[in-house]
Design a protein around this ligand. Structure first.
Ligand code: 5GP
Length: 206
């Protein structure tokens, strides 16, 4: 019996380990992972259509004009957006969908889809974050600094999220998120077809 798919938004500071956690969640459980569009240049090893849809600014602006995004936001010199069609198709088919996006986008999603579950992932400390970003070695120092500055700004929005998980130990973090999504799935209002069935079935019990 098809219940509604859960739309889960995972946000967290750049370097919080979101990517690893989301990858593991998708590998272990049947999440549909939305591939975002971005104007940022591909990093080494990133594949168009797999990690992102890499767009020119003009292409991205056309997508905005054609209302192709569920949400979009600017982040450190670039634009990022979630293509609408894929996400809506998957949710309608009853699949759980994960968006790994920054907080402005997360809050736009919550406004349009109040049932969406907003999870904020934080590293155990600011020091850990800084170290992970430097060790990752994918950005120049000035971009790292901008990303850290953005992290400091984003802290103010944590209160607007539904859940906070700390990414200290990977397994714990994955299990925490999976438990949250399972609980959301079990909510009565996320299972209208099952509620209908039970009501009809039990009417004739005597
Ligand atoms: P990165 O350049 O490190 O891949 O991503 C930078 C930030 O943009 C991360 O916080 C990432 O979660 C966020 N991001 C990725 N895709 C999207 C999207 O479609 N929309 C929004 N709002 N943020 C995104």
């Amino acid at each position: 019996m098809n219940s509604k798919g859960i739309l889960t938004v995972i946000s967290g500071f750049s370097g919080s380990g979101k990517g690893t956690v989301v990858k593991q969640l998708c590998e272990r459980y049947n999440y549909a992972l939305s591939v975002s569009a971005t104007t940022r240049d591909p990093r080494k090893g990133e594949i168009d259509g797999v990690h992102y849809f890499f767009k020119t600014v003009e292409e991205f602006e056309n997508m905005i004009a054609n209302d192709e995004f569920l949400e979009h936001a600017g982040y450190v010199n670039n634009m990022y957006g979630t293509p609408k069609r894929y996400v809506l198709d998957k949710l309608n088919a009853g699949e759980n969908v994960i968006l790994e996006i920054e907080m402005q986008g997360g809050l736009q999603i919550k406004e349009k889809y109040p049932d969406a579950v907003l999870i904020f992932m934080a590293p155990p400390s600011a020091y850990t974050l800084k170290k992970r970003l430097v060790d990752r070695n994918t950005e120049e120092q000035d971009v790292i600094n901008k990303r850290l500055a953005r992290a400091a700004e984003e802290i103010d929005y944590i209160d607007k999220y539904d859940y906070l998980v700390i990414n200290d130990e990977l397994e714990t973090c994955i299990n925490d998120i999976q438990r949250i999504v399972t609980s959301e799935k079990n909510k009565v209002n996320n299972q209208p077809a099952m509620v209908d069935f039970i009501k009809k079935d039990f009417k004739n019990i005597i």
